[in-house]
Design a protein around this ligand. Structure first.
Ligand SMILES: [Zn+2]
Length: 193
């Protein structure tokens, strides 16, 4: 199989540079994620505005945010943390989409990627150069894709219609959450607030 030189019509090198500046460094997962997004697009109709799902919190959300118009902030990217290294692009009008995932069986051919993917060697013993080389040589060869039909009610944007002022913190919050905001109900991640 010839080496894949582009990700979503741009040179792989350019994507790696973008990944570095956006993600902080060229993480293996974000490079693999680029090939995954590219593979999904190959099997999706052109000219349709697609929404996205990432089934993990690591790396794939950033690949999707770099290569699609979907971001966490605009609501078109949903992170549903199932702990699987998989992503889906789908038509929000009918839920028809393509799900791309790393197929572990296909990693046998790529030992360095397998070591990284299953964390089989400690990070400091990892041969990063060899890993990045294998990732670029493998491209989407380590992935499979399938047609899916997204449950649209699971992914639609939540609109907080009725906002009020929390009697404790005096900030705005959806009144449906209770007498005080979720933060004041003990769900905030701060020791002193
Ligand atoms: Zn509050």
């Amino acid at each position: 199989m010839p080496k894949q030189n582009t990700i979503c019509s741009n040179p792989v090198k350019k994507y790696i540079e973008q990944a570095k500046s956006f993600h902080g460094y060229a993480a293996p997962g974000i490079i693999i994620g680029g090939f995954m997004v590219d593979l999904a697009y190959q099997h999706l109709p052109e000219g349709v505005l697609l929404d996205a799902i990432s089934e993990t919190q690591v790396c794939l959300p950033d690949a999707l945010q770099l290569l699609t118009h979907c971001t966490v902030g605009n609501g078109w990217l949903k992170v549903i943390d199932l702990g699987r290294f998989a992503l889906t692009l789908y038509d929000p009008n009918n839920g028809n989409g393509i799900r791309v995932y790393v197929n572990p069986a296909k990693l046998e051919k790529w030992p360095e990627i397998k070591n990284w993917f299953f964390k089989l060697v400690p990070k400091k013993e990892q041969d990063t150069q060899r890993l990045m080389k294998q990732i670029q040589e493998a491209g989407s060869d380590i992935c499979d894709y399938e047609k899916v039909k997204v449950k649209l009610n699971k992914v639609t944007k939540k609109h907080h219609s009725n906002l009020g002022i929390c009697s404790r913190c005096k900030e705005s919050y959806p009144v449906a959450d209770g007498d005080v905001c979720l933060g004041c109900q003990g769900k905030a991640p701060y020791l002193n607030k």
